[in-house]
Design a protein around this ligand. Sequence first.
Ligand code: HEC
Length: 119
Amino acid sequence: MRVVLFLLPLFLFADAKFDRGEKLYFGKSCLSCHGVSGKGLSGYPSLAGQSRWDLDRKLKNFRAGKKQTHKSSLMIPFAKNLTNREIRDLAYFLEKIDEVEKDVEYYYTDDGNWGDGGS
Ligand code: HEC
């Protein structure tokens, strides 16, 4: 159910950078630790809604092998092979993911039902 809540609005959301970031997020296994909606899983930080500049900086630090906490060694291998552009797209996606989710929740509770995207 969670997956449906998250994926449905993305089809309505035409934004190439966002789409590229989304593909990377799922394709590079980020979701296995940070969750399908980027809100983190137990022990793994939430990324959703952080500013893209912060996310960009943190990812570049991990890529360079810099530790943030003792848990960073789990994260560093996943940042190692990212290009600058991939980092930018991921950061853009993660900053926006929260807005998309908020819209969904609003839409869902307001209508009490899934519509067809307003058309
Ligand atoms: C094996 C689990 C795992 C995977 C997979 C993973 N991460 Fe992480 N990530 C972590 C952990 C643990 C931390 C916390 C590290 C720390 O604070 O020292 C973290 C931290 C982060 C942070 C910094 C968050 C903050 O606010 O400090 C970002 C950004 C991030 N990950 C992005 C990603 C992206 C993008 C991917 C996919 C390319 C990814 N992670 C894949 C475990 C993972």
